[in-house]
Design a protein around this ligand. Structure first.
Ligand code: PMP
Length: 408
């Protein structure tokens, strides 16, 4: 008998489970719209040309070794990541109020930030998450020791932001509570607040003295423009509260999507503090959390991202490739709406083109998603979310015919 006899089987991961089903499906027509990773028109993963070149530079650099890097990671990577997120001349950076640590992609940054808050943030242990949100937020923050609470976000009947519900829920949150905000391209809905709505969210955050924790997994992927997609984050980062007190916040930044570095686990955790003294103390405690969890981050992926960002030619090439990925996704949105009209699918599908980012929240019911899977070999999460990156000119009519059949 095993000493682990009492261990129960864990439920399958809802997203990885989709890929399992897809791989087992023998139909030549099968289509995987579950994965949150970019695909080319041919349906293949993409390594960006700028990344390939940077990687070659890193590998060929004979001055590099494999020694440990500091707990906070590669300092040049941290400085360039901060400039990417907050802009090249941000107040928080110039005033010494910004702590930046390299992290194991976005998830690792969320986990370290969550662990730091659970241990050292006094005002509240509650973190408010939008409904719906990326599924892993619950697990990451729950296991960090925070108490997860919901705030209204998506309004299904209008397929738009439930702005009134959001403001009401955050306005009733306990003072000092943490609030998770998707910086852009909200996952899974593709619905973002307007610039004016972001100002309203900042107002309620300041009134209730909430602590914003931004999750930025898609900078550059929503619009194709790195600066445009950072606008909401920068609005908060440059805000001042009563008496000129700088707005404090956390940011989990991922390079998985925008540099296509998924498996390299490249990201950063940033904390903006009100003054350099507090920033120093916070940074020291975040480093302790890192030390206890994994000691120090890996060197390779961050070195590649650094080489891309530090080299003007590679950086320009990267941004052009990023714009082209975002452009293909936007083109697929338009193509799907047109194909749905041709297929005679009842109802309005305009939300597919108004939503942004990697995903579209189609509004299909669970039963319709199961119908698509069982009859049409189309795989997606059962909440109706499809990855637009999985769509191509070649397959869009098949997808539209299938959706039209499912909703009829
Ligand atoms: N946050 C959101 C909203 C995401 O969609 C993702 C990736 N699916 C992540 C965080 C984390 O991604 P990673 O750890 O690969 O950076």
């Amino acid at each position: 008998l095993s000493c682990f006899e009492g261990v129960q089987q864990a439920p399958p991961d809802p997203i990885l489970g989709i890929t399992d089903g897809f791989l087992k499906d023998t139909s030549p027509q099968k289509l995987n719209l579950g994965v949150g990773a970019y695909r080319t028109e041919e349906g293949r993963p993409l390594v960006l040309s700028a990344v390939r070149k940077a990687e070659r530079m890193v590998v060929d650099d004979a001055t590099r070794n494999k020694e440990y890097i500091p707990m906070g990671g590669n300092p040049q990577f941290c400085a360039l990541s901060a400039a990417l997120a907050f802009g090249p001349d941000s107040d928080c950076s110039r005033e010494g109020r910004l702590a930046t640590l390299q992290a194991l992609s976005g998830t690792g940054a969320l986990a370290v930030g969550g662990a730091f808050l659970a241990r050292h943030y006094q005002a509240s242990k509650a973190i408010y998450l939008p409904v719906p949100t990326w599924g892993n937020h619950h697990g990451v923050f729950g296991s960090a020791g925070l108490v997860v609470r919901p705030y209204r976000y998506y309004h299904a009947p209008t397929r738009a932001l439930d702005y009134a519900g959001l403001i009401a829920d955050l306005g009733a949150a306990e003072p000092g509570a943490i609030v998770l905000l998707h910086a852009c391209a909200h996952n899974p809905t593709g619905v973002d607040p307007s610039p004016e709505q972001w100002r309203g969210i900042l107002r309620v955050v300041q009134e209730r003295r909430l602590l914003p924790f931004f999750d930025s997994a898609y900078q550059g992927f929503a619009s194709g423009d790195l600066d445009a997609d950072a606008a909401a984050l920068r609005l908060f980062a440059s805000a001042r509260g009563p008496g000129g007190r700088p707005q404090e916040l956390l940011l989990a930044q991922s390079f998985a999507k925008n540099m296509g570095l998924y498996g390299e686990r490249v990201g950063a955790l940033h904390v903006i503090a009100a003054c350099p003294q507090v920033r120093g103390r916070v940074e020291s405690q975040v480093k302790i959390a890192v030390r206890q969890m994994y000691s120090s981050p890996p060197i390779h992926g961050a070195a590649v991202a650094t080489a891309v960002m530090a080299n003007p030619a590679l950086s320009a090439e990267w941004q052009a490739e990023l714009a082209s990925m975002a452009g293909r996704i936007k083109a697929m949105r338009a193509a799907l709406v047109a194909a749905l009209a041709e297929a005679g699918a009842p109802g309005s599908w305009d939300h597919i083109t108004s939503q942004i980012g990697m995903f579209s929240y189609t509004g299909l019911t669970k039963e319709q998603c199961i119908h698509l899977r069982d009859k049409w070999h189309i795989y997606m999460t059962l909440d109706g979310r499809i990855s637009m990156a999985g769509v191509s000119h070649k397959r869009v009519r098949y997808l539209a015919d299938a959706i039209a059949d499912a909703v009829r």
